[in-house]
Design a binder for this molecule. Structure first.
Ligand SMILES: NC(=O)c1ccc[n+]([C@@H]2O[C@H](COP(=O)([O-])OP(=O)(O)OC[C@H]3O[C@@H](n4cnc5c(N)ncnc54)[C@H](OP(=O)(O)O)[C@@H]3O)[C@@H](O)[C@H]2O)c1
Length: 381
C-alpha cells in the first residue's frame, strides 16, 4: 500500500470514529419526554414511592403508588423508616454526567426508583439469606430507597446498633463508606499522619473528620466561616476557613488530602502534599455534561505516574463489612451523623434541591416513619 493510500485509509477510520463518537454524545445527551401519566408497574401489592420517568430536575419527581418489591435470592425486603440523600441522587435524576446513562438508561431511566441510602426493619427475606432475620433493624445501600419498601442485597447492609436511630443510620451509607474507604484504602492513612479534608462540612467531610480522628491522625478541615465551629466540634485539630485562606498557598504540607470539592487544580493540590503524599479525589465540579466530575478523576489517574505524589480517584463500594465497621464506631460513640435537615417522603424533591445547592451541612434525611422517641441518642464523640 502506498503512503498516500495508507493516509487515506487512516483518515477514513478517524472520520468514522469521530462521527461515531459525536453520535454517541448526541444519543447520550437526548432526553425523552416525560409521560403525562404513570406507566410503571403497580400490581396488587402496592406501596408509595418517589419515581422519575424521565431525566430532569427535582420537578420531574412524583410520589406514586407502585409495585412493592419481592425479595429474590440473597435479598431482603426492608420497610424503610428513613432514607439519606446524596449528590449521587441528583446525578441519577438528571442522568448526568451523561456517560452514566450507558448503565442507567439512554433517553430515560431504566429504573424509575430513586435513592440509595436506607435504614429500616427487615420485613421478609429471600432464599439463602441467613445473615439477618425478619424484624432486624438494618441500614445500607440499594436502588430505590425513596419509598416505603426497598429490596436490598445482604452484602450491602448491616445491623443498626441499639443506640442509633433510623435517621442517624440512614445518613451513613454512601457518605461514610466513601470517607472510610478514601482514608483507609486509597489514602493508606497511618496514626500520627497529617490529613487535610477539603469540604469538611458536607456529607462525606463530616464523617471523614471523625474517622480520621478515630484513626489517630492530625486532622485539618477546610470549610467556610459559618461551618468552622461545626468542623471543630467533630474533632478537627485545625480548621481552615476557605473564604480567608487557600490551603494550597500555605506553608503546611500534608501526608494525605481528601478532596471532596475539587476546586483546586491537581498541580496546586500537589503543592500542599509532602513529597510522597497522597491526594484522593472524591468529588469534583460537575461542569461538562458528558463526563462531569469524572474528568478530574481521569486527570488524577493520568498525572499520578509522572509525579512523586500519588493522585487517586475513588468510587466508593457499599459493602456489609465496612457498614459494620461504621456501625461499631457509632456504637462506641466515635462517629455520629450530622443531620442538617429532615424532610417527609412527599418533600423528596425539596430535599434533593437542597443537596444540589451544595450548601448542606452534613446530611439530609427523608423520614418515612416517626423517629424513635424512646431511643437514647448516639453518644457524641
Ligand atoms: N467518588 C465517590 O465514590 C463519591 C461518593 C460520595 C460523594 N461523592 C462526591 O463528593 C462530593 C462531596 O459529597 P458530599 O456528600 O460531601 O456533598 P455535600 O454534602 O453536598 O457537600 C456540601 C458541603 O460542601 C461544602 N463546600 C462547598 N464548596 C466548598 C469549598 N469551596 N471548599 C470547602 N467546602 C465547600 C459546603 O460548605 P459551604 O456551604 O460552607 O461552602 C457544604 O457543607 C460530591 O461531588 C459528591 O458527588 C463522590
Amino acid at each position: 500500500m502506498t503512503v498516500k493510500r495508507r493516509y487515506k485509509v487512516l483518515g477514513t477510520i478517524a472520520a468514522v470514529l469521530l462521527v461515531a463518537f459525536l453520535a454517541l454524545v448526541l444519543t447520550l445527551g437526548h432526553n425523552s419526554a416525560c409521560p403525562s401519566r404513570y406507566t410503571g408497574p403497580v400490581g396488587e401489592r402496592q406501596m408509595s414511592a418517589v419515581i422519575y420517568q424521565c431525566y430532569g430536575g427535582p420537578d420531574v419527581l412524583q410520589l406514586q403508588r407502585t409495585a412493592k418489591p419481592t425479595p429474590t435470592e440473597g435479598r431482603v425486603l426492608v420497610s424503610v423508616y428513613a432514607a439519606g440523600v446524596n449528590p449521587l441522587d441528583w446525578h441519577f435524576l438528571r442522568g448526568e454526567p451523561t456517560v452514566m446513562r450507558l448503565s442507567s438508561g439512554i433517553g430515560r431511566p431504566t429504573d424509575e426508583r430513586l435513592g440509595v441510602d436506607f435504614a429500616g426493619i427487615v420485613e421478609a427475606v429471600g432464599k439463602d439469606v441467613t445473615q439477618v432475620q425478619v424484624g432486624d433493624r438494618v441500614f445500607g445501600g440499594a436502588g430505590g430507597a425513596f419509598g416505603e419498601f426497598v429490596s436490598a442485597h445482604v452484602t450491602s447492609l448491616a445491623r443498626i446498633p441499639g443506640n442509633v436511630s433510623f435517621a442517624q443510620a440512614a445518613a451513613v451509607p454512601v457518605a461514610a463508606v466513601t470517607a472510610l474507604q478514601a482514608l483507609r484504602d486509597k489514602g493508606e492513612l497511618q496514626p500520627g499522619q497529617k490529613v487535610l479534608i477539603n469540604g469538611a462540612s458536607g456529607g462525606v467531610g463530616t464523617y471523614a473528620v471523625q474517622i480520621a480522628k478515630a484513626m489517630g491522625a492530625d486532622v485539618t478541615g477546610v470549610c467556610s466561616t459559618r461551618n468552622v465551629e461545626l468542623v471543630r466540634s467533630l474533632g478537627a485539630d485545625h480548621v481552615i476557613d476557605y473564604t480567608r485562606e487557600d490551603f494550597t498557598k500555605g506553608s503546611q504540607r500534608y501526608d494525605l488530602i481528601i478532596d471532596n470539592v475539587g476546586n483546586h487544580s491537581l498541580l496546586d493540590t500537589r503543592k500542599a502534599l509532602v513529597p510522597r503524599g497522597i491526594a484522593v479525589t472524591v468529588g469534583a465540579s460537575s461542569d461538562g455534561r458528558l463526563l462531569g466530575p469524572l474528568t478530574k478523576m481521569l486527570a488524577a489517574q493520568i498525572l499520578s505516574p509522572f509525579v512523586d505524589q500519588q493522585f487517586r480517584p475513588i468510587l466508593a463500594d457499599i459493602n456489609a463489612a465496612d457498614l459494620t465497621t461504621l456501625a461499631d464506631l457509632m456504637a462506641a460513640g466515635k462517629l455520629r451523623a450530622v443531620i442538617d435537615r429532615t424532610y417527609e417522603l412527599a418533600q423528596t424533591a425539596a430535599a434533593i434541591r437542597y443537596v444540589e445547592s451544595g450548601r448542606a451541612r452534613g446530611k439530609v434525611v427523608i423520614q418515612l416513619q416517626p423517629s424513635e422517641a424512646a431511643l437514647p441518642t448516639a453518644a457524641q464523640p
